[in-house]
Design a protein. Structure first.
Lengths: 312, 457
């Protein structure tokens, strides 16, 4: 998924080949991750698509089914992955993910610790930020989830950047061999305050910690725990509003008399009895307009950030 | 899980060095300014000048207080002791216990303080520290005792800011650079808020080894943020129409070494469009000469001088790297010239972009028409590559999105507007901040598709 392998880098000349991971795009909210395999087919409401037809085509192309329906084949990115991954837990979405990566000050070469791994939605973006020399150590106490996450990172080509450990981080803390190596720590745990003291030991001085919690009571307790070793403790909420764009023909709604003073006599015939109404006139050219989508995610969680105080 | 030895690049250094760029946060964000740490640089706080020399070699995140040293005013590092931490916790608990107290008997008539300005000057002459003066002010305040713990804390903080100002040494990272500009000079960065910037970098899939095409008309903030994520790999190429490249003044606030600056390049759009690689040779020189010395430097001066006449300004010519300092380097290093960000793109890179396309595209032109730009630069983007356009207004993005749809140039088109709210979290006093930024701009994102009817170029 990342560009660390130069043979997989996007290019005008890069063609889909056997074994590639592609994102099959039907529409913006209907996508699916598919591993291309010469003998396989994809079946959806548009019909049956033969993988063998895809091989040799450029990424970003439109392919047809036997019935003439079509989909697009895209190269995977962490953003697309977050939209197609299998939800084994609640996951983080792009707004929170982007803000976390920015506020954790992640750059290539950084070491970042995470718990829990969950469905690996955030992990994928953490890996992108620290590649190619950095590393993500992510922990979940749920054996199967950890295993599924490992399989996913294998599929998306991130295994060399991510190590998944099975561990109760609230109970045992992070492993001792990671003391003092972390540039950043991210917690998405039910009782993050239990993991904060250990997170503090893992961080380099001035390293940044972030804790994601859906409930304000969790934030309250975490923030109180943070005050002993951390500074710059700040809590945010970040949300997205999306817009629908449409070409609309607006009624021109001129008053029959024309605007007083503007000598623009209407050429049309109007009936005097409608003088008190606005005149409907759809002769205007269509205008492109935007309005906020009617429904949106109203809450995901609070993001609490803090920096490990420098005491040396 | 045993190989923990990860080498720190110069970009990720956590200790300051001579010549490095820093962000000084004075009194908890009351004043923010960029400085370069050199032997002679100073910062003015109140009416006194403080040399920045003591900040060299300290970890980022260090806190300093002002002191009257033997050689005049100086900054000295405060190292929080574990006991100090306990104290603050006690205070916080006190705050909860005292909640029954209220302000009903408080009279604000300026007579509450019995210490006069002259008294304070006297204390100073006797060598009292700022903190001692704050304590004296509290001891001589008739109303302090009756204030609620919350108001006491507020009073203490106010006096502390005046008599015992604190300077926090921060790392200039995309996060802090964007935050600072948004707070101080939002118009210069087209009102791009930090959460919006973070979205741009995600939507554009910026990662090591990417070749990112940018149209950065917001002072170089996008260019700098992208370069930070590239970490000295790939390229960020800022393209432009006409003769003058866009200013990259903000790039110099970051601490980029040669390996990163080399990856920050410029190229006029005409040269990208030229079908033969050789075509570009002609004006190469011109672009290089132009790169950093253009008049847009002026704004750097103001950046610092607005802040109470900072003599320490970012336009200082010692742009990059400690390598230039005679006392730390060998003869060979002296000959070495620091690489400037924004040189003209090298021929082999241009050739590769023409053959392969860019791996992502970011446009931030808050005063220009989005569609006019995107239709010209999109052809240089690889198929299936993501692009993202920032605008301070919604309408140009709506029009642009519509046109991209009609022309079947892209899919997954979406306009989003981020919303960011900060919270005060305190025992029994948790609530959103009373003030928040109501607009951080709009973002149009999408993925370029391969269109058989109009194959690229
Ligand atoms: C909400 S999910 C994390 C989602 C993740 N941030 C993502 O974006 O996909 C929380 C995870 O924490 C794990 N977890 C809960 N308690 C834990 C503990 N004490 N130690 C380690 N992991 C724990 C759960 O198994 C679950 O998978």
């Amino acid at each position: 998924m990342l560009l660390t392998d130069s043979t997989k880098k996007l290019s005008f000349n890069r063609k889909i080949s056997d074994g590639d991971l592609v994102i099959v795009y039907e529409k913006h909210d209907t996508m699916k991750a598919v591993k291309v395999s010469e003998k396989s087919v994809l079946e959806n409401r548009f019909g049956v698509f033969k993988h063998s037809d895809w091989i040799g085509k450029p990424f970003g192309c439109k392919v047809s089914s036997h019935k003439g329906g079509f989909v697009y084949l895209l190269a995977p990115t962490p953003e697309l992955w977050t939209l197609v991954l299998s939800h084994r837990t609640q996951i983080l979405y792009i707004a929170d993910i982007s803000f976390v990566v920015m506020y954790l000050e992640l750059i290539p070469g950084c070491v970042v610790l995470e718990s829990g791994t969950g469905s690996g939605s955030l992990t994928t973006s953490l890996a992108r930020a620290i590649a190619p020399m950095g590393h993500v150590y992510t922990f979940d106490f749920h054996e199967q989830r950890a295993e599924a996450a490992r399989a996913d990172f294998e599929k998306t080509g991130l295994s060399s950047l991510v190590t998944v450990g099975v561990r109760d981080i609230q109970g045992e803390g992070f492993p001792k061999d990671l003391v003092g190596v972390a540039d950043a720590v991210f917690l998405d745990l039910p009782q993050p305050w239990l993991a904060i003291p250990s997170a503090g030991e893992m961080l380099k001085p001035d390293g940044v910690l972030c804790s994601f919690s859906p409930c304000i009571e969790q934030v309250q307790r975490s923030s109180e725990t943070l005050t002993s070793k951390f500074t710059d403790i700040r809590t945010f909420e970040v949300l997205l509003r999306t817009y629908e764009v449409r070409e609309v023909k607006m009624d021109q709604c001129q008053s029959e008399e024309g605007t007083p003073g503007s000598h623009r006599p209407s050429k049309r015939k109007h009936r005097a009895s409608e003088a008190s109404h606005w005149q409907q006139d759809s002769s205007g050219s269509p205008v492109v307009m935007a309005r906020p989508s009617s429904e949106a995610r109203g809450h995901t969680g609070y993001l609490t950030f803090a920096r490990l105080r420098c005491v040396e | 899980m045993s190989t923990i030895e990860h080498e720190n690049s110069s970009q990720n250094r956590r200790i300051t060095w001579e010549g490095c760029s820093v962000l000084l946060d004075i009194n908890d964000g009351d004043r923010l300014l960029f400085s370069r740490l050199t032997a002679g640089s100073i910062v003015k706080i109140g009416n006194k000048n403080y040399p920045l020399q003591p900040l060299i070699g300290c970890p980022f995140g260090s806190l300093f207080q002002v002191e009257n040293g033997i050689n005049g005013p100086c900054l000295s590092r405060v190292i929080p002791t574990p006991e100090a931490n306990n104290n603050t916790e006690d205070k916080r608990e006190g705050a909860v216990k005292d909640e029954s107290r209220d302000n009903r008997a408080l009279i604000d008539n300026n007579t509450a303080q019995t210490l006069t300005g002259e008294d304070i000057e006297g204390l100073r002459r006797q060598g009292a520290s700022g903190n001692e003066i704050v304590e004296a002010l509290i001891a001589n305040s008739a109303t302090f005792e009756n204030k609620t713990a919350f108001s006491q804390e507020k009073y203490r903080l106010k006096k502390q800011k005046k008599y015992a100002p604190k300077v926090l040494l921060r790392r200039p990272f995309a996060r802090s650079v964007c935050d600072t500009y948004f707070k101080k000079y939002p118009a210069r960065i087209g009102f791009l808020r930090v959460d919006t910037l973070s979205l741009l970098l995600s939507f554009a899939n910026v990662t090591a080894q990417s070749d990112v095409l940018v149209v950065d008309m917001i002072g170089g903030l996008i260019t700098g943020a992208v370069a930070e994520r590239l970490g000295g790999t790939g390229y960020v190429c800022n393209t432009y129409r006409g003769d003058s490249p866009h200013s990259l003044e903000i790039v110099r606030m970051f601490n980029f070494g040669d390996e990163i600056n080399r990856r920050i390049v410029r190229l006029p759009l005409t040269e990208l469009s030229a079908s033969h690689v050789g075509d570009s040779k002609g004006n190469g020189h011109l672009q290089v000469a132009d790169s950093i010395e253009n008049p847009s430097n002026q704004s750097d001066v103001t950046l610092s001088s607005i802040q109470s006449d900072q003599p320490v300004s970012m336009e200082a010519t010692t742009v990059a790297s400690e390598d230039e300092k005679p006392d730390t380097v060998t003869v060979v290093a002296k000959v070495h010239k620091a690489v400037q960000p924004g040189e003209k793109a090298p021929e082999d890179a241009i050739k590769s972009w023409k053959e392969n396309g860019f791996s992502s595209l970011i446009i931030a032109a808050p005063d220009a028409d989005a569609w006019n730009i995107v239709k010209e630069v999109l052809p240089f983007l690889s198929f299936s590559a993501p692009f993202v356009i920032y605008h301070q207004y919604l309408q140009p993005l709506a029009t642009c999105m519509h046109n991209l749809q009609v022309e079947k140039m892209a899919i997954g088109l979406q306009i989003t507007e981020p919303w960011l709210r900060e919270y005060q979290v305190l025992p029994s006093r948790t609530h959103p901040h009373m003030q928040m930024s109501a607009s951080g701009g709009y973002v149009l994102s999408g993925t370029k598709i391969y269109n058989e009817d109009q194959p690229n170029k």
